[in-house]
Design a protein around this ligand. Structure first.
Ligand code: ARG
Length: 568
């Protein structure tokens, strides 16, 4: 099923060919609804290219265009824009086709890829905190959308489970551990011993040296240290898993940093052999002398003391993902501070001859009300577990007020959907590079561009069907008379245009904003058009329109990882 955008673009290129003109410009949704639904700048682009009058070119294109089944007669505006307004019977027909369509008109991508998506990726021995929301929620939404578009997706949690912090953790474990506290709250105890050791090590060179020794022993495979490390990783994984369950996030593989340990020596050998790496002051480095922003930022892949680091692991992940997993595309979702790191890694991959498409998808930060990085009152990172519990608690309060008669079971379920949905949506509705202020009141509001507002729009549709006591009617064409009905149906037809767009620059906020506008159109429609009280055949058509709106809202939110309740 083709979208209106595709249908019109095809008609336009036919018309250009008939007029003896090359394909040019773009056909896009109209920027101003007063002028129509779609527009093209083809005549403007051609005018510039050929030094001809764009208005005259527009007339020439339109002379031969054959779109009377889709549009009202197109008009030329401004310097030479061509505007198209869809005919309401074309909209009624297309919306009718969407009614029984599981995919709601969304086509599979033309060429499907095998994509590894590296997202979330927290570090062990620390609880997951607010800083992890963005990568986790954004990566999950992109994975859902890519899968829906037919790509083969491998979700990989690249956990930071290896590194110098373990020298301190192991020292702390052996010297400071309180077994009872460990039983009560393992992660808190691990964080405590790590912090205390860190403080001791800063003031006492002997402790510092002891920590280094523990790390060396761990890296050499010392049994006792490996056992402690394993236990710490397992405790951390329990915390992560709890958060992922709450967030409804899953991974296909969790190849953390330690997974690559035994591959690192070969990586360094290979880079040395190929000449991509070189020895500099005793370390093995890759230089980027031809890349201005990296000129004085060599990538160290083996330290002078023989140790490997974060970058070495990431070079090894490239091999694993391309050679072993057979991916042709890799998306890595992290905060903006890692931009230079991944420029280096991707450049090394390019020099090694990897042809795959590597993308670093970055995001900004979450700020507290004071516009600084969000922290607890004592200046700590806010643990994600606590934050999500708080979200559900606050959502529960809203439900108690709105609908106190719900059963306890329903309340728990709905509070979770609203609370978690609000946190996810607050993130995904922002452009990923923008820093945003975390505000409970704003994200949980039933008004405005929020998850609860969209969930409520869905619930309203469900309550119409509960009231009607009948399922959605099976019809194949809608009857669209009121402008608000036509407008709503047009929006529903746009869903198939919006979803693939998200992946162009990895912007789930495009889908979020679309859903917000859809909910607004739905609202206007309710104001203008009675549904259950109208006469047949309009009643059935309106019920079908509501049903389709519900499906699009539900599917759209699902692609963002957000669930809808049936009531609230
Ligand atoms: N663990 C890292 C962090 O917390 C993110 C890992 C991202 N992925 C990667 N392949 N390096 O910053």
């Amino acid at each position: 099923m083709e979208t209106f955008q595709t249908l019109l673009a095809n008609k336009l290129s036919d018309a250009l060919a008939k007029a003896g003109l090359p394909t040019a410009g773009e056909l896009t949704p109209a920027t101003d609804a007063r002028f129509g639904d779609y527009q093209t700048n083809a005549a403007l682009v051609l005018g510039k290219q050929r030094g001809e009058n764009p208005k005259a070119l527009a007339e020439k294109i339109l002379a031969d265009i054959d779109i009377s089944d889709l549009c009202e007669p197109p008009t030329v505006a401004g310097a030479g824009f061509i505007n198209f307004t869809l005919r309401s019977d074309a909209v009624a027909k297309k919306a009718g086709e969407l009614l029984p369509d599981e995919r709601l008109g969304v086509a599979n991508a033309k060429s499907t890829k095998k994509i590894v998506i590296d997202f979330g990726s927290p570090n062990v021995a620390k609880p997951m905190h607010v800083g992890h929301i963005r990568s986790t929620v954004l990566g999950d939404a992109l994975a859902r959308i890519a899968s829906f578009l037919g790509h083969e997706v491998i979700r990989d949690n690249h956990i930071g489970d290896w590194g110098t912090q373990f020298g301190m953790v192991i020292y702390g474990w052996k010297n400071l551990l309180d077994r009872q506290s460990l039983q009560r709250d393992p992660l808190a105890e691990i964080v405590r011993i790590y912090k205390e050791t860190n403080e001791k090590a800063t003031s006492d060179p002997q402790v510092r040296e002891a920590c280094r020794q523990e790390l060396v022993k761990l890296q050499a495979g010392d049994k006792e240290n490996i056992d402690i490390w394993n236990e710490c990783v397992a405790f951390s994984m329990q915390d992560f898993e709890h958060v992922y369950r709450l967030l409804d996030i899953r991974f296909d593989i969790q190849c953390g940093e330690s997974f690559y340990n035994d591959r690192l020596p070969a990586v360094v050998d290979r880079l040395l052999k190929s000449g991509i790496g070189e020895i500099s002051e005793g370390a093995v480095c890759v230089f980027f002398r031809d890349i201005p922003q990296l000129v004085d930022r060599p990538c160290i892949i083996r330290k002078r003391d023989g140790g490997f680091n974060y970058a070495t692991t990431d070079v090894a992940t490239v091999d694993y993902r391309i050679n072993d997993l057979k991916a042709d595309t890799v998306w890595i979702v992290t905060g903006a501070p890692q931009i230079l790191h991944f420029q280096q890694i991707f450049e090394i991959a390019r020099r090694e001859g990897y042809k795959a498409d590597f993308r670093h998808i970055t995001h900004g930060s979450i700020l507290g009300e004071d516009r600084k990085l969000m922290k607890t009152r004592s200046g700590e990172n806010v643990p994600l577990r606590e934050l999500l519990d708080e979200a559900c608690k606050r959502a529960r309060k809203i439900i108690e007020e709105k609908n106190p008669d719900l059963s306890e079971e329903d309340k728990i379920d709905i509070a979770q959907k609203i609370g978690i949905g609000a946190v996810k949506y607050a993130d995904l509705s922002q452009y990923r590079m923008t820093d945003y202020v975390f505000s409970w009141d704003r994200m949980l509001s039933l008004q405005g561009n929020t998850a609860p507002y969209l969930q409520n729009a869905y619930v309203r549709i469900r309550s119409i069907f509960r009231k009607a006591g009948e399922p959605a009617p099976k019809i194949d064409k809608l009857i669209l008379r009121d402008p608000s009905e036509i407008n709503l149906a047009k929006r529903l037809c746009q869903f198939a245009e919006i979803v693939p767009q998200v992946l162009n620059d990895f912007r789930p906020n495009i889908l979020a904003n679309y859903l917000f506008e859809l909910a607004n159109s739905l609202h206007t429609f309710y104001e203008a058009c009675p549904v259950l009280k109208s006469d047949e055949p309009v009643r059935s058509s309106r019920l079908a329109l509501c049903d389709l709106s519900g499906h699009v809202l539900q599917r759209g939110l699902d692609l963002l990882g957000i669930k809808v309740p049936e009531k609230m």
